[in-house]
Design a protein around this ligand. Structure first.
Ligand code: ADP
Ligand code: MN
Ligand code: MN
Ligand code: MN
Length: 339
């Protein structure tokens, strides 16, 4: 009888940035009819005292499977994204997914995940020489050629494995700094979008392992005149998709401009974001709030297609950074729009 390998993935309790942890559970294929469903995956547990999620004397935390897809790189393998629960089945305080208030999946999210391929030997991005700097920014964005695009075999392999897993990747591109790349993932439903981003991050880390390359998720990996890394959150609900009104768009943008909304947003948009949101490099400064059509120097950009389509569509919050938790980002956006 075949055995299935289920890789249970969860987020640890480290602050301010949570990391992924995972371990393999073997089950009999006879337990599964057809393609593995998340309901086929049993609740499991782990040692929360090793992940800053529980004290040693009462260390068990629970893993509740919430999303599953095939693991194309592993024989009879599946990836199983999990929420962390306390021993009494309540959501653990590190569980951002449980804070999402979007039961009817009316919110759609498209996350643009930027990251930097990192050479652990030089402790610099791929494409940076051991000493000094490569040519200044300008030639790397959406580039081709060995002098411009670094690590393409890794990002191509990652794209294929994501598509084979069934993740809804919508595109990829080389970014503004040497060694920096982006992919976009879209889903109808905030939790689903977050699940897919986390699984894609897991697959990126694991793909890069094979090349001895690490993924630098930090939002400003190289100081100075080098772009930081974001995770722009494009979002819509029925109201935005069918607005037909500039006023409605601006009313929603203005909700994000209250003092409380700015504070709540920045709190979950990723650590060290003041290093990235400087007002330079296609960002608005962290202590300012603005929105505008086609404005990549704004906190929130109204895509140019929105007025072109009679003021219906979506918004782009440009502030979330590459290391932010997409669950918490989405939860914040939904809370702010619904408020
Ligand atoms: P840019 O680099 O110009 O900011 P991208 O093409 O990288 O834009 O990303 C745009 C994102 O917007 C994609 O992830 C796409 O899925 C998402 N998107 C498009 N339409 C909607 C919508 N109605 N609701 C939510 N997200 C959307
Ligand atoms: Mn983009
Ligand atoms: Mn980008
Ligand atoms: Mn963008």
């Amino acid at each position: 009888m075949a055995k299935l390998k289920l890789e249970y993935i969860w987020l640890d309790g480290y602050k301010p940035t949570q990391s992924m942890r995972s371990k393999t559970k073997i089950i009999d294929s006879s337990k599964v009819k057809g393609k593995l469903d998340v309901r086929d995956c049993p609740i499991w547990s782990f040692d929360g005292s090793s992940t800053q999620q529980a004290p040693g004397g009462s260390s068990d935390c629970l893993l509740k499977p919430v999303f599953t897809c095939p693991d194309p790189d592993r024989k009879n393998g599946y990836l199983v994204m999990c929420e962390v629960l306390n021993a009494d089945n309540t959501p653990h305080e590190s569980n951002g997914r449980a804070t999402i208030d979007d039961d009817d999946a009316d919110f759609w999210f498209g996350f643009e995940q930027e990251y930097t391929l990192w050479d652990p030997e030089t402790n610099r991005p791929l494409g940076f020489p051991k000493d000094g700097y490569p040519a200044p920014q300008g030639q790397y964005y959406c580039s081709v050629g060995a002098q411009n695009a670094f690590g393409r075999e890794i990002i191509e392999e990652h794209l294929d494995i994501c598509l084979d897993a069934g993740l809804n990747v919508e595109g990829i591109n080389a970014e503004v700094m040497a060694g920096q790349w982006e992919y976009q993932i879209f889903a109808k439903g905030a939790a689903e979008a977050g699940d897919q981003i986390w699984v894609s991050r897991y697959l990126l880390e694991r793909t890069a392992e094979k090349y001895g390359v690490t993924i630098n998720w930090h939002c400003k990996p190289v100081k100075g005149d080098w772009n930081g890394s974001g995770m722009h959150a494009n979002f819509s609900n029925t109201e935005l998709r069918t607005a037909g009104s500039q006023k409605k768009f601006e009313a929603i943008c203005n909700k994000f401009g209250s003092k409380k909304a700015i504070k709540d947003s920045i709190a979950v948009y990723g650590a060290d974001n003041e290093q990235r949101l400087t007002g330079l490099h296609e960002t608005q400064s962290i202590d300012k709030f603005s929105f505008g059509v086609s404005d990549r120097g704004a906190s929130i950009r109204i895509p140019v297609l929105v007025p072109a389509n009679g003021w219906s569509g979506y918004l782009e919050d440009r502030r979330p950074n590459s290391a932010a938790d997409p669950y918490k980002v989405a939860a914040n956006i939904i809370k702010t729009v619904k408020n």
